[in-house]
Design a protein around this ligand. Sequence first.
Ligand SMILES: Cc1cc2nc3c(=O)[nH]c(=O)nc-3n(C[C@H](O)[C@H](O)[C@H](O)COP(=O)(O)OP(=O)(O)OC[C@H]3O[C@@H](n4cnc5c(N)ncnc54)[C@H](O)[C@@H]3O)c2cc1C
Ligand SMILES: *[C@@H]1O[C@H](CO)[C@@H](O)[C@H](O)[C@H]1NC(C)=O
Ligand SMILES: *[C@@H]1O[C@H](CO)[C@@H](O)[C@H](O)[C@H]1NC(C)=O
Length: 541
Amino acid sequence: MSGRVAVVGAGALGLLATKVFIEDGWTVTTYESRDYIGGLWKDSDDSTISVHATTIFNSSKYRAAMSDFPFADNDDDYPTAAQLHEYLERYARHFELLPSIKVGTKVLNIKRDGEGWQLVARKTSTGETLTEHFDKVCIATGSFNTPRWPTLEGLDRYHGRVLHSIDFHRSEDFKDQNVLIVGMHATAQDVTNSLSENAKHVYLSHRGGLLLLPRYIEDGTVFDSSVNVGVTFVMAWMTRKLPALWNWMVDKILQKASMKAFPVIPEAWGLSPAPSCAVSTPLMADTLWPHLSSEFAEPVPPINRILGPRSIELANGRVLEDIDSIIYCTGYHFSIPDGLVTEDIHPYPGNSLGQPPNLYRNIFPLHPDQSICKSLAYLGHAAITFPGFVQHELIAMAISQVFLGNSPLPSYKAMLNWRTVNLAERQAMIARYNPREGSTFYPVLLNFGDHLQWLDKTAGTGLYSNLSFPLFNLRAWRLWWQDKELYSLCLKGLFTPVLWRLFETGKRRAMPRADCRSMIVRENERSQEQKMRRIASKKLL
Ligand SMILES: Cc1cc2nc3c(=O)[nH]c(=O)nc-3n(C[C@H](O)[C@H](O)[C@H](O)COP(=O)(O)OP(=O)(O)OC[C@H]3O[C@@H](n4cnc5c(N)ncnc54)[C@H](O)[C@@H]3O)c2cc1C
Ligand SMILES: *[C@@H]1O[C@H](CO)[C@@H](O)[C@H](O)[C@H]1NC(C)=O
Ligand SMILES: *[C@@H]1O[C@H](CO)[C@@H](O)[C@H](O)[C@H]1NC(C)=O
């Protein structure tokens, strides 16, 4: 027996962590304060964060899935919020996670207790408190908890309704209104879609520069399926060795894709030039586009100040009159719930909201006591530009291997040094690309190649050792010799998440080779079928 692990939160990340820990032999208890699992992917009306009914996932189902649980055939190429929530419920049922999850139970705090942790939780229905002891704790309470409210000069003069997107639920409340949305990214897109059913007009105030991307490329395939394992290795190498050249290339490629999909973007919208993709996330804009081209939604410059009860002055001097409501779609600060942990192990101690987390690899607390670092971990505070949930699943696998003692953490000094280097790299990016404050240059973003290689090694997924540098890699030769079709699907086919389950390295559980092989073949077929379907449906139009 490995010992007892507590997982705090049963959103997508808490669920996959529960699955990974159980699989590695841990006895797991997962606490979820809501009465249901799946976290923000269930459209809820309460004051906690949830998706909007109109939200659509931004990576394709062929790449977004957990490593060993593909999406269903009847899920859309890009799953809707409802499909995603159902998928998470299916995942929990399939891997029999539910007996390990206590819903309606909020964790109040965790404290060091001997070599482990004391966890205090409260049942939301009865108020009853529980105290439990665990060897290890994994915190997956969601990253987006604290709404960001940039200040608007003269807001006290305004008489209309002002709210943050976290409180936006029903577009009926905005019937026939002129609405000003602050911000223009994924959430603004969702809110605009929803408002289009009821509002009169929407202004999207943005600070200039946004790259619009399509969900499908010209030949009909979903946008993210063209990045295969081979390309990913190149990308990993380039982002470590020649990041500036790489970013330049990516910007060129994405600009071209954007121009092909959206050839005429009026200059008056002020979207061009967009900041480099190194420090901003392009918008998958398919569902916003119809509202832009119908002129229901109109991109406008930043807000200068509020002039009166219903009028607002923009940076270019234009005054918008009769604005009935202002909705902030300005995103969130990464944070964790108040009081959950003490300052010395907090990812954002003191006044450091908006800063990169004070964690090793954005996962483990930076603490001189190694036994603390090796028994507490955070999920959802590390990210690379890699589609879907599997990057978080790899983190959960890595955490489990560190907890088990199979993968070591470096010394405290080396961990501090990692953070210093990471912060310096971020500063260099800021100096070079000059991202706007509060942009999608998330403080949790890490170097792609460095993070991926560390995950592969720490989790034990063996992708690098078995596939990288095929010409000079004996293991890659062996795979090629044994099974040429599999070898070629691995390197050049779809980068399906199940590839992370192919190689046995004695760390995380691999799938039985035959099962894994047939899942790889099947996922490649499904992605081919997707392309054919798309081409066929376009011919019909
Ligand atoms: C509107 C929106 C759209 C998004 N779209 C995408 C997308 O297209 N692609 C993408 O990759 N990512 C997207 N994301 C990012 C999203 O954060 C991740 O996809 C992922 O769902 C996060 O899962 P999570 O488990 O970390 O968080 P959550 O789903 O928020 O789950 C955290 C859970 O922890 C529980 N909890 C919190 N505190 C406690 C406590 N003290 N005790 C017990 N339980 C607690 C909460 O109730 C919640 O259920 C989106 C985010 C938002 C807000
Ligand atoms: C998808 O959304 C997540 C969370 O909002 C973001 O971090 C990521 O960069 C987005 N990816 C793409 C391809 O738009
Ligand atoms: C893959 O790599 C690991 C080492 O990282 C090795 O132990 C394993 O045998 C390799 N091959 C296969 C087929 O799993």
